[in-house]
Design a protein around this ligand. Structure first.
Ligand SMILES: [Mg+2]
Ligand SMILES: [Zn+2]
Length: 189
């Protein structure tokens, strides 16, 4: 199965402020191991991440590449791989088609992996925009309670994701446990 991950607040710690250096990029405990476990079980992993800090001039693509090299190195040490990282470097006011909740990043992933559809894939995120982008591409949205996840969970009570039920887990590791147990994801609304 293809598993598309948001980055900030899902793979790495995120408190709402921009991560602007490689040294400030810290994986959430258990997230790298979870990605490796999913990969070793035969799942494919891609990442779709909004990085408007680039358009805002907070960091450049060289720094972003450095963060991703750090992640890839840590993941390789656990025996895992990411197939493709799609990022949106634009500002919210730029009118691009890739910034989530729009689906351009997911389409980049679909094209890169040469898939006919993303239907049946899983989109894991900590923010409403991740879940909406996933649902728009007929992916199963999964919310984790790390990063923005607790606030997002509260917002789901007020307003569901159009056209999709959401599964909710404490973190990426708990999601991996559930998926790999084979008992199916628990959809909550
Ligand atoms: Mg996020
Ligand atoms: Zn964009």
């Amino acid at each position: 199965m293809l598993i598309i991950l948001d980055r900030d607040g899902v793979i790495n710690e995120y408190d709402g402020s921009y991560i602007c250096t490689v040294d400030d990029w810290h994986p959430i405990p258990g997230s790298i191991e979870a990605m490796a476990r999913l990969y070793k079980a035969g799942h494919r992993i891609a990442i779709a991440t909004n990085q408007s800090g680039i358009a805002r001039g907070f960091y450049g693509t060289d720094i972003l590449d450095g963060m991703h090299e750090k992640m890839t190195r840590l993941l390789a040490a656990e025996g895992g791989q990411v197939e493709f990282i799609a990022y949106c470097p634009h500002h919210p006011d730029d009118g691009c088609s890739c910034r989530k909740p729009l689906t351009g990043l997911l389409e980049q992933i679909q094209n890169h992996l040469q898939l006919d559809t993303l239907e049946g894939a899983i989109m894991v995120g900590d923010s409403r925009k991740d879940l909406e982008a996933g649902a728009a591409e007929n992916c199963q949205p999964v919310l984790v309670r790390t990063g923005n996840g607790k606030d997002t969970k509260r917002s789901l009570k007020a307003r569901a994701i159009p056209g999709a039920s959401v599964a909710i887990y404490d973190n990426l590791s708990a999601f991996a446990d559930a998926l790999l147990s084979g008992s199916g994801l628990e959809l909550v609304n």
